[in-house]
Design a protein around this ligand. Structure first.
Ligand code: HEM
Length: 517
């Protein structure tokens, strides 16, 4: 009896988990035969290889195809390879692909109501109402806050490098970028650069963007089988969301629920709260050409979900980018020399004052960041979701709910688009050479209406942070630090396996380059 029951259960599991494995065959789309349960993403699911590498391997098998099919576990995924198809998805026919991931489940936990994960009209209204916060003028107005964080960074480096020249790069850069985002978005001091950082509540939250291996199975279960995940009563974001609820409530109370004039994130959401609704264009207008308006109800859950996102997106991506940039500079002494000369000239030109012009007056350093993001894109894969049945040019029909994985790491490392792709060469992003970059092959901040809303803010805080470090220190790889990086295999964002260990060596004449406030 037991044997038959077991056999029935196993047969059912087999049937359910393989029932979609003919999705691409039926559509005559090139794909690799999936393996039971793991599909084509087994090496990532089993944490043997990072996600960008697994997708790169699949794309390399079909270099001449415009798109391929794959299976993420049991679920079909479209992987567009040709830049023209990517353009269709992220820009031209964006309406059909406006979702990010698992849209049908995004109402199942409050944190998923954030801009990054929402879809359809909710996404469009949120995006429209948040965009003004990131205008060039607003960002410029925030620079004095970034400058204050840079002064605190300068003091922290003096104190900590004085004790030991060896640092773990991402730990160091995260303390700086947390201070920047918390100050600019919430108007409070995070104090992550003070001496007593071990119990700092903001620092403790960093586990979310660089999680330990034990969290990976939950993330995987949610992405592969969201119905089971939520059916079991699980949630991706737990108490962290309460922290942000308390944080904004406190800040709003301090401001007497009136805009403070700082025009920061809290000021914006306070106006939302006061009118209890935000209004914007319907996403359907993109398809129909109409000008329908829609309203989104504002409640505390919606507000804390945006705060949670701003904090994590705001510091994590920039701190990882900074640490990869440090690594590449430490590895490439000649390039570092050029950067140091550019930084020293900036400091001399502005008499050691850190002003907004650092954003426009460091073209070589900016190219260095762009090249670091090419080699080490923080999101090696960007997702989209088919929101309405869609037919690709050539006739392949994609059904609503299908996942789309944009192969960012593959594109950035493709010799057809970036000759000698493993070589660190910032000149690719300078002058005329920049024009050689094919549209839709370089996607560190995504593309189209859903691209990174914080890109300019990120560049501002990263450039100021780099000036702060490089005006005083030369970067060197610590003993035993590998010259080729491998990535953590259990995270969706790129992090160096084993971290990035550097030595910060004082430069001659640094005393002439101390910030004047
Ligand atoms: C170097 C730093 C950063 C990198 C590499 C980065 C990268 C990205 C990427 C690849 C996306 C997806 C784009 C797409 O789907 O086309 C994204 C989205 C997003 N980023 Fe960033 N980001 C950075 C910094 C920031 C900062 C500082 C903020 C906020 C202050 C931010 C907020 C967001 C938000 C809210 C979204 C979702 C946009 C939407 O779905 O409409 N990011 N980012």
């Amino acid at each position: 009896m037991f044997f038959y029951l077991l056999l029935t259960i196993l047969t059912l599991i087999y049937f359910v988990s393989t029932r979609k494995y003919d999705y691409w065959k039926k559509r005559n789309v090139p794909h690799v035969k999936p393996t039971f349960m793991f599909g084509n993403y087994g090496d990532w699911i089993l944490m043997k290889k990072f996600q960008g590498g697994v997708i790169q391997d699949l794309c390399k098998k079909f270099p001449n195809e415009k798109f391929i099919g794959a299976y993420f576990g049991t679920e079909p995924v479209l992987i567009p390879i040709d830049p023209e198809v990517i353009k269709l998805i992220v820009t031209k026919d964006f309406y059909y692909f406006n979702g990010r991931d698992l849209s049908e489940h995004s109402h199942k936990e409050p944190a998923a109501r954030n801009l990054l994960i929402s879809h359809g009209d909710n996404w469009k209204v949120l995006r429209q109402n948040m965009t003004p916060l990131f205008s060039t003028a607003k960002i410029k107005n925030m620079f004095h806050l970034i400058a204050n964080c840079s002064y605190a960074f300068e003091s922290m480096l003096d104190r900590e490098i004085g004790m030991s020249a060896k640092v773990e790069a991402e730990d160091l850069t995260a303390r700086y970028t947390i201070e920047c985002i918390v100050s600019c978005a919430f108007g409070v001091d995070a104090n992550t650069m003070s001496e007593e950082v071990a119990d700092n509540p903001f620092k403790k939250l960093t586990q979310f963007v660089n999680p330990p291996k034990t969290i990976a199975p939950y993330v995987l279960l949610r992405s592969m089988w969201p119905s089971i995940f939520y059916g079991l009563g699980l949630k991706i974001v737990g108490k962290q969301i309460d922290f942000f609820n308390n944080l904004i409530t406190n800040v709003m109370e301090t401001r007497n629920y009136k805009p403070s004039g700082r025009n920061d994130f809290v000021d914006i959401i306070m106006t939302w709260k006061q009118s209890s609704k935000i209004v914007g264009d319907s996403v359907k207008n993109m398809k129909t050409g109409e000008s329908l308006k829609v309203a989104l109800d504002v409640n505390d859950n919606l507000l804390s979900a945006q705060c949670f996102l701003f904090f994590n997106a705001g510091f994590g991506t920039s701190s990882s980018t900074l640490s990869f940039t440090f690594y590449e500079l430490a590895k490439n002494a000649v390039i570092q020399d050029k950067v140091l000369a550019e930084v020293d000239a900036l400091m001399a030109r502005h008499e050691n004052k850190l002003i907004y012009d650092c954003v426009t007056e460091l073209p070589y350093l900016e190219a260095v960041i762009s090249e670091a993001l090419r080699l080490h894109p923080i999101l090696p894969m960007i997702s989209r979701e088919v929101m309405e049945d869609y037919t690709l040019p050539g006739g392949v029909q994609l059904s609503k709910g299908l996942r789309v994985h944009l192969p960012v790491y593959y594109l950035h490392h493709n010799p057809e688009y970036f000759p000698e792709p493993e070589e660190f060469r910032p000149e690719r992003f300078l002058g005329d050479e920049r024009r050689n970059i094919n549209p839709y092959t370089y996607l560190p901040f995504g593309e189209g209406p859903r691209n990174c809303i914080g890109m300019r803010f990120a560049k501002m805080q990263m450039l100021a942070g780099l000036v702060t470090v490089l005006k005083k220190y030369r970067l060197e790889l610590d003993d035993g630090m590998p010259r080729t990086l491998s990535y953590k295999t259990h995270t969706t964002t790129a992090h160096a396996d084993g971290g990035i260990r550097l030595k910060l060596v004082e430069r001659d004449g640094w005393q002439n380059r101390v910030f004047v406030k």
